[in-house]
Design a protein around this ligand. Sequence first.
Ligand SMILES: C[S@@+](CC[C@H](N)C(=O)[O-])C[C@H]1O[C@@H](n2cnc3c(N)ncnc32)[C@H](O)[C@@H]1O
Length: 290
Amino acid sequence: MPKAKKTKRKAPVTLSVTAVPPEGGSKPTTTRTVIRRFHVLIKRKTQLQKLLSEARTTEADQDATKKELQAVEDDIVDLGGLETYQRMSNIGQGNDRGGGSEKIFVGWLNELSEPQRLREAKRQFKLLEVGALRHDNYTPYTTWIDNTPIDLHSRHPDILEQDFLRLNEEENRGRWDLISLSLVVNFVPDAKDRGRMLRLSHDMLRADGYLFLALPLPCVLNSRYMTTEHLQGLMNVLGFTQIRSRWREGGKMAYWLYKKANIPLRPNTSLYEKKVVLRTGNRNNFCVLL
Ligand SMILES: C[S@@+](CC[C@H](N)C(=O)[O-])C[C@H]1O[C@@H](n2cnc3c(N)ncnc32)[C@H](O)[C@@H]1O
C-alpha cells in the first residue's frame, strides 16, 4: 500500500513570542528570536496591506486578508511594537555582542585619511545616520563628523523622528557627505523600498560622498535572490563604487563602504528589477529590487 504523504504545516505567521525581557541582561538567543519574529511580522503586514490596496480579490478574500492583517498587527503589539524591537536591537549593538558598526565606518574613513583632509580644509563631514538607536554613536568624532541621527521611532530628543523614505528629495539632493545604513535595509519589508533606499542614498550624497552599508551576513551569503556579486552589480548600476568590504565565513555581519561615482552610472537597471533565483536549496528570501 502506498504510504500516505506527510504534509508539513508551516507555523502560522501570527505565532506569538511573549515575555520580552527588559533592556540589559537578556540572552543573545532571546534578542535574536524577537528581532527575527518582528521582521517576519512587519514583512507580512506590508504584503497584506499591498494585497488590500490592490483590491483585485473577491470580497471574501478581502475579509480574510483584513482578519489576518488584524492578527499580525495584534502580534506586533503583543511583541511590544517597534520600541521593543529597538530595545532588543540596542542590546544586540552592545559591546559584548561585537560593538556598534560605526567603529568600522570611522576606521575605514581614517584609513582613507579623510579626517586629515578635513582638518586641512577646516571643515566637518555632514553625516546622516539612518536607523539610529542611540544619539551618541558619533560623539567621539564630533571634531570632524557632524551627525544627524534619524529613526522611524526616536528614542532620544537628539534623534529626529523621520522616515528616510519620506525625506524631501529636493532639499536633500547632494546634501550629505556620509550616509550610514547599518542594519536598516534588511529592516525594510518591501524589496522595492530597499532598492529605493539605496537609490535615494545615492541622490542625497554629494559627489564623492560615502555610503556605509551593514547587513546580516545571511542576507548575502544565504539568500535565494542575493549574492555578494549581485549586490556589487546593483550598487554599480546605481552609481556606487565599492571601496571596502568586510565579513568572515561563519560571521554574523557584513559591511561595505561605497563612494558615489563622479559620473552617473545608470546604464541598465533591468537585471535588478525582477526577482531572479541565484541559488536553490534551503535559503532565505532576502532581496533588493530597483
Ligand atoms: C536593527 S535597528 C539598527 C540600529 C543601528 N543602526 C545598528 O546598526 O545596530 C534598525 C533601525 O532602523 C530604523 N528604520 C528602519 N527603516 C527606517 C526608515 N525608513 N527610516 C528611518 N529609520 C528606519 C528602525 O526603526 C530601527 O530602529
